[in-house]
Design a protein around this ligand. Structure first.
Ligand code: PLP
Length: 284
């Protein structure tokens, strides 16, 4: 694999980042994941805008312009021959050559790393045809989940808890309400109404969420953005998650309770189709 690091395209085993990099020492870094379908980037604009917002919220410098970012994404997709897959972009505050809690001076060069993952069959995955089984776990993450930082230890532990319980993923609960999935936004459907938590600092402002809610509204589906409990979701007709890496993923079981007939629901399947078609048409 060819990866990109601080201006260079290199074989992955030749790419280097300082041991003092704050991304490594303090999780002082943000990231984005953009999917690739038919060799093209899905919603690059949305990811670029959110990256800028994450950087601004953390007073981190932009590593390069949006045009350069697009160029790097495209070049890596080409160099690695990706037809279906993902591009990961990580930006850290870099380092001034030592470890300190205090931020290094504002002119410190940020570290920028991009790499690809080849995922043939991403659009028509067996997992999406089967649907996901999820468990619920407590949400013990920090209070700025709207910033897409690389603090992924708890989400990672959540996936492991799910795996140990024989499930695929976990939804997190805070103060009695579902926040989101470990790496996706969460929805249920009851009597034709799609319910999802409203945007705030409690959840990531999903790029896929925004697109799917727009498409659902255009398809005349009813949407309610409100807090909801896991009990409501368990009694739903169907449920699903959204993310750039799995698009619209039907949820067929919550904490051992099958939703509907235990297979992907019609609204989740329809939204997945609409999302894939529209975003592939708009891909760049
Ligand atoms: N919520 C969390 C915690 C995530 O990590 C992600 C994606 O990584 C999402 C939601 C979905 O966001 P997006 O649709 O932008 O991928």
């Amino acid at each position: 694999r060819t990866v990109y690091v601080n201006g260079d395209y290199l074989p992955e085993d030749e790419a280097k980042v300082s041991v003092f990099d704050r991304g490594f020492l303090m999780a002082d870094a943000v990231y984005e994941v953009t999917s690739v379908l038919g060799g093209k980037l899905i919603d690059f604009e949305g990811h670029a805008v959110r990256l800028k917002r994450s950087l601004d919220e953390l007073e981190m410098a932009e590593p390069c312009s949006k045009e350069e970012l697009l160029e790097i994404h495209r070049k890596l997709v080409e160099l690695n021959g990706i037809d279906e897959g993902l591009v990961y972009l990580q930006v850290s505050r870099g380092s001034d050559g030592d470890r300190d809690f205090v931020f290094p001076s504002a002119d410190t060069t940020p570290t920028i790393v991009l790499f690809t993952q080849n995922k043939p069959g991403l659009a028509d995955s067996p997992a999406s045809r089967k649907g996901a089984k999820i468990i619920s776990i407590e949400d013990i993450r920090w209070g700025r989940r709207d910033i897409k930082t690389v603090q992924l230890l708890y989400p990672s532990m959540g996936k492991m808890m799910a795996k140990k319980a024989g499930a695929d993923d976990a939804w997190m609960i805070e103060d009695g309400h579902v926040t989101e999935g470990t790496s996706n936004n969460a929805y249920f459907v009851k009597d034709g109404v799609i319910v999802t938590r409203p945007l705030s600092n409690d959840i990531l402002h999903g790029i896929t969420r925004k697109a799917v809610l727009r498409m659902a509204a255009e398809a005349q589906l009813k949407i309610e953005e409100r807090l909801f409990t896991i009990e409501e979701a368990k009694e739903a007709d169907e449920a699903f998650t959204t993310s750039a890496s799995a698009f619209v993923m039907p949820v067929v079981e919550i904490d051992g309770v099958a939703l509907g007939d235990g297979t992907p629901g019609p609204i989740a399947k329809r939204l997945r189709e609409i999302y894939l078609e529209e975003s592939m048409n708009a891909a760049i």
